[in-house]
Design a protein around this ligand. Sequence first.
Ligand code: UD1
Ligand code: CA
Length: 458
Amino acid sequence: MELTAVILAAGEAKRMRSRQPKVLHPLCGRPLIAYALRTARAVADRTVVVIGPNAAAVRAAADAGVTFVEQRERLGTGHALEQARAACGDGPVVVLAGDMPLLSSETLERLVSHHRTTSAAATVLTAVVDRPQGYGRILRQGGRVKRIVEDRDATDDQKKITEINTSVYCFEARRLWKALAEVRPDNEQGEYYLTDVIGILAKAGGRIEAVVAGDPAEALGINDRKQLAAVAAILRRRILDRLMTDGVTIVDPASTYIEDTVTIGPDSVVYPQVVIEGVTTFGAECVVGSGSQISASRLGDRVHLRPYCVLTEATVEDGAQLGPFCHLRPLCHVGPGAKVGNFVEMKKSRIGRGSKVPHLSYVGDATVGEGVNIGAGTITCNYDGVAKHETRIGDHAFVGTNSSLVAPLTIGEGAYIGAGSTITKDVPPGALAVGRGHQVVKEGWAARKAKKHTGPED
Ligand code: UD1
Ligand code: CA
């Protein structure tokens, strides 16, 4: 029978103290809800998400094939699940919360298969934790689950129980909906608790099964920003472990921040204090120097980033070398084997195969061909105070140091620009352009000056 997964994500998340829905808070590069969706979709035939009013942004964060239902008033987890009833089939219903991103699809799979083989009315995923505060506790009798008591409704003795409710369940549909209709808001919060369904089913003689999560971290829910940071720390370590398993050297995992959306090829080395975020891919045998921050970029094989490179939305081809201290602002393309060196800032520019911008330059709105050398201190003057203009530099051109290239400007193939030039007019292929004051040499000038200032009265 078809399996439906319901993700509860309509809560007001008061403890986050945020104007943004909790499930949209970013965690290692993805909104929280993305993790629950990924886990649910790996296991279920159909996925339903219960969202609050004004949650268009939550809808937008999910991909096609997900059904959304709205819970207009937040009357508790039981009431939230009730909203999904019409969207569920007759087959088993798996429920999970949108705020527990460490839950794995393997664990969910294990819960479902246990539920199916035991023909239980309900199967709860529980965890045994050191600090159960805040979680619902599992009350057992003769080993069997009898009911769940919320932390705020628990007696001091019940609070000592370390087996907690993870908020992940598998239900037999018919009995679930019947029991849910019997839930009453007679608790400290005056809410319809989904947890009460377990007690109702058990009382009616239904079989309640429990599956204990192997790794209690999977149960961690995010209710406030401290928990968000704690879960992020665990997830970050998992991402690094995955990369290391796949052949990437992470020199210092404790100081390396890599998001879930990043892929890095084998035999690459990541030095300490690096941040790699967004949808970023590195090929094989790359080096990422200390202090670098790379966002939403695509890098080929054997790319070498020396320390302190900042890249956003860049494409860097095989064998290119960058840094130390270079800044690629959005939409730069660095060709194969090219070099962008110390203190170079680039914006919306392409530099071709084997071209070099080795030191102290600004290259903006420029298209640079292959085998070009751009000398130290060269600036593309792309802005006239009103509009941005483009610079084109042909293959094998040579731009002498400290040149100002005033755009719009085209420098032809194989042309030379004399050092220290201010170039305002196009330069044809193969030409030499020099745009600077002529040097004047006055022989013996120093001695004449000295004589003038040393009169006889001295
Ligand atoms: C819930 C469980 C608790 C369990 C814990 C695990 C209940 C009553 N308690 O407590 O036993 O140990 O999770 O993390 O179920 N939601 C709605 N609509 C609502 C209320 C909540 O959609 O009206 C959603 C929330 O967005 C959240 C999930 O349900 O994703 C759980 O709600 P939350 O308030 O976080 O419950 P907990 O107090 O954590
Ligand atoms: Ca929670």
